[in-house]
Design a protein around this ligand. Structure first.
Ligand code: ZN
Length: 236
């Protein structure tokens, strides 16, 4: 596919934790939204383990992270954020989770689904990332497509949907690159809303790390800044 000209109208993003989608695809989402895409974000876990503060509790952190995710979504201009609120670190490959993602696919009818690559071998991978990525792939194909899968959703008026493309961020073997030179600042602005994850003194390092990551991704592609994806095309 020619990703430079790819301008989806409806986009569904499934993120393991609050902030992963912005790190992996924030510049791409911002670019597509500027071109008119309606984008929905599904957040699988509540992020309630992501703190080293001895005073912090999981319920308080979950509330903070949900608010931060809403604010980041507003910066990017996402249409909708769906919080599934599974516990951080305890995401499981269940029929419940798959059905929840199938429901959002059938409801939003995306041209493309983005999630994290579950098949990374060269670097450690958080189990929630592995499971969110794998269950999302399973939800796109075959579950959301098949009318006899999750038939209870048909009764709610949700019909089967075939998603043509899956974009996986965080891949060992990316094969498509999106130019984000024009939206890198927007990506960083969205990420700054996840303040509980980026302590003030580390913010400059984190911003610099993400800038360098974008520069590296674009380097051999003639782009100042890019996000890299492994793209799967689902045959019709
Ligand atoms: Zn994560």
């Amino acid at each position: 596919m020619n990703v430079t000209d790819f301008s989806p109208k409806r986009v569904l993003v499934v993120t393991p934790h609050p902030d992963d989608a912005e790190i992996g695809a924030g510049g791409t989402l911002s670019r597509w939204i500027a071109q008119g895409a309606a984008c929905t974000l599904v957040v699988c876990t509540n992020g309630d383990k992501g703190s080293e503060d001895p005073e912090m509790t999981s319920p308080r952190l979950a509330a903070i992270r949900e608010r931060e995710q809403q604010e980041a979504a507003s910066v990017l201009g996402l249409r909708d954020v769906i919080f599934l609120r599974h516990p951080d670190g305890d995401l499981e490959d269940t029929r419940l989770l798959r059905g929840q993602i199938v429901r959002e696919i059938r409801r939003t009818r995306p041209d493309v689904v983005l999630t994290t690559d579950p098949h990374r071998r060269t670097f450690y991978l958080h189990r929630d990332h592995r499971i969110a990525g794998q269950v999302t792939l399973d939800a796109v194909f075959p579950s959301a497509r098949d009318r006899l899968s999750f038939p209870e959703q048909l009764e709610e008026g949700l019909s089967p949907h075939k998603t043509p493309y899956i974009f996986l961020w965080g891949s060992d073997t990316p094969d498509h690159h999106i130019d984000i030179a024009g939206t890198l600042d927007m990506k960083l602005a969205a990420l700054r809303k996840h303040a509980s994850q980026v302590a003030a003194q580390r913010e400059r390092d984190f911003t610099e790390f993400l800038r360098q990551m974008a520069q590296r991704a674009g380097k051999d592609k003639g782009m100042e800044a890019a996000e890299a994806f492994r793209v799967i095309e689902i045959m019709r």
